[in-house]
Design a protein around this ligand. Structure first.
Ligand code: 2BA
Ligand code: 2BA
Lengths: 141, 141
């Protein structure tokens, strides 16, 4: 990949593939989702259904917003609510065959973009870090 | 800036200047810091001292890690602890006069890089979004 031109690189070449991506299931209680996020250290991760199809994304901001009451953080809500109730269902996505340049465009506004096939099965994520690393390499050639 | 070559662009040209950057003070209780983070929507922000010098960064992950006890999130700790006790003091930084390419290098590993002068006064932040936007423009010229 190092020696490929940016115009020859596909999303699949530089994405983090699904088995290495931390995720949660849409049925998990928020408490579980928040634990996954805090322990993995990631601010947001993909949400999958039981057949590993991509259904949304969820992050610390969304969860904390949900439990922020008038006077305090209402921590009990974490066990009352589920991921599907508050996840972001509008997930911008790419396919493995898409071009590096499509990835560059999308990561302008999203720290990571989910990669899925036409049926919606989750393939991985394309991160800003992967894009920036490749661009940095490209400049020194 | 649109028509400048990437090699002519400085950090100052594309950074978000200090007055537009959400931040917290090192003496704030964690509760205040978490509220600033949740309301602004940002996952991490700079920490300044009372003379507006850059002293660190703090994020939701660090705060949540701090209050995650064995059995539950110990929400009372938010009012007991202060920002300076848990902030990240190792802040990679750039100066306004630095080159675009220095910014590109640093944002490979950091979503944002703080900009400060030689005395440590906070000037602004350089974000991955600013870098990616500029690169995207550069490719279409
Ligand atoms: N454990 C770790 N080791 C080394 N560096 C770490 C790290 N956790 C975070 N970082 C650094 O912080 C950046 C922002 O992470 P964040 O969790 O906010 O935002 C992440 C997270 O929401 C998601 N992400 C990245 N890798 C993931 C994974 N393996 N599983 C699930 N989500 C992931 O994609 C976003 C952008 O990731 P990106 O790599 O561009 O950018 C990452 C990376 O540069
Ligand atoms: N209110 C909003 N409006 C529109 N888009 C928003 C937004 N909040 C977040 N985003 C989008 O989400 C990305 C990640 O934000 P995050 O808060 O994790 O990570 C942010 C945050 O930690 C910090 N940051 C950005 N702008 C800031 C500001 N004005 N004050 C303080 N910190 C800021 O720099 C990181 C990277 O920012 P970047 O712009 O590259 O990337 C942002 C941006 O693309």
């Amino acid at each position: 990949i190092q020696d490929k031109q940016l115009t020859d690189i596909t999303v699949e070449d530089i994405m983090i593939s699904s088995e290495k991506v931390a995720h949660v299931q849409l049925n998990n209680p928020l408490e579980h989702a928040l634990l996954v996020l805090v322990k993995s250290g990631y601010s947001a991760v993909p949400v999958l259904d039981t057949s590993y199809k991509l259904v949304g994304t969820i992050g610390k901001t969304m969860i904390l917003n949900e439990i922020l009451g008038i006077e305090r953080f209402e921590i009990e809500k974490l066990s009352e609510k589920r991921v599907y109730e508050i996840m972001d269902k509008e997930v911008p996505r790419l396919s493995k065959e898409d071009q590096f340049m499509d990835g560059l465009k999308m990561t302008i506004n999203y720290p990571f973009v989910c990669v899925a096939d036409e049926k919606g099965y989750f393939d991985g994520i394309l991160t800003r870090r992967a894009i920036l690393k490749q661009i940095n390499r490209d400049y020194y050639q």
